[in-house]
Design a protein around this ligand. Structure first.
Ligand code: AP5
Length: 211
């Protein structure tokens, strides 16, 4: 199976994507996580990406398309989280899949209210060591500031500041939301309410995968 999980920043793609990929035996490919690893490593790609990410804009298509291309055709199905992000990336993905004789089995669009998205993003915390995500109110760690899983320190993403959140949501509306129209007539398209509780969203995603 190849699956796209898309929706606005903070809707729960990363939180649900990891669990879903494990349950369905897919490889989760989250372009945001891959880009943050490059930034952390100080690579040329990371240095190029950082200025776009800090400003809440999109990294150039050629950079992210190349990251996906190198992961296609590896044998296991992919769960794409954060890619494609605009129509040009969706078209590039379609031709990459066709060249590997593969197809999209599910395109799942998740959505939630604007205020919910802002609340989720501004309260998000992430483990510096293992990358596990938390939320100060909705998914708090047992000990404040400490990861339950590995004991690592929790931090707030640079782009989860109020100013950058506003910009990211605007970029989503301008560049990513048009993907709804691009995909919604395809049989693989499903819509899931990402504004519900963590468990309710997970159950709805599983149903969307299994239908
Ligand atoms: P990326 O990392 O992909 O960020 P994003 O799309 O903005 O998505 P987020 O990771 O912020 O949100 P999410 O939906 O994963 O939410 P989460 O599960 O963490 O991209 C970052 C940057 O990289 C981009 O701005 C861009 O610059 C660049 N980039 C990435 N891909 C690109 C591409 N293809 N092209 C160009 N540039 C690209 O949840 C958020 C919080 O809410 C968490 O704290 C969680 O605990 C909580 N939460 C989740 N679900 C629930 C729930 N149901 N109830 C209560 N709380 C919940």
């Amino acid at each position: 199976m190849n699956v796209i999980l898309f929706g606005p920043p903070g809707v729960g793609k990363g939180t649900q994507g990891g669990r879903l990929a494990e349950a369905f035996g897919l490889q989760q490919v989250a372009t945001g996580d891959l880009l943050r690893s490059e930034v952390k490593a100080g690579s040329a790609l990371g240095r190029e990406a950082k200025s776009y990410m800090d400003a809440g804009g999109l990294v150039p298509d050629a950079v992210v398309v190349g990251m996906i291309e190198s992961r296609l055709g590896a044998g296991s199905g992919l769960l794409l989280d954060g890619f494609p992000r605009n129509v040009a990336q969706a078209e590039a993905l379609a031709s990459m899949l066709a060249s590997h004789n593969e197809r999209l089995d599910r395109v799942i669009f998740m959505d939630a209210d604007h205020d919910q998205l802002v609340q989720r993003l501004s309260g998000r915390r992430i483990c510096r060591d293992c990358g596990r995500g938390y939320h100060v109110a909705f998914q708090p760690p047992k000990v404040e500031g400490v990861c339950d899983q590995c004991g690592g320190a929790l931090y707030q993403r640079d782009d989860d500041s109020e100013q950058v959140i506003t910009r990211r949501l605007a970029v989503y509306e301008q560049q990513t939301a048009p993907l709804i129209a691009y995909y919604q007539e395809q049989p693989a398209f499903r819509r899931v309410d990402g504004g519900a509780s963590l468990e309710a969203v997970y159950d709805a995603l599983c149903r969307a995968m299994e239908e």
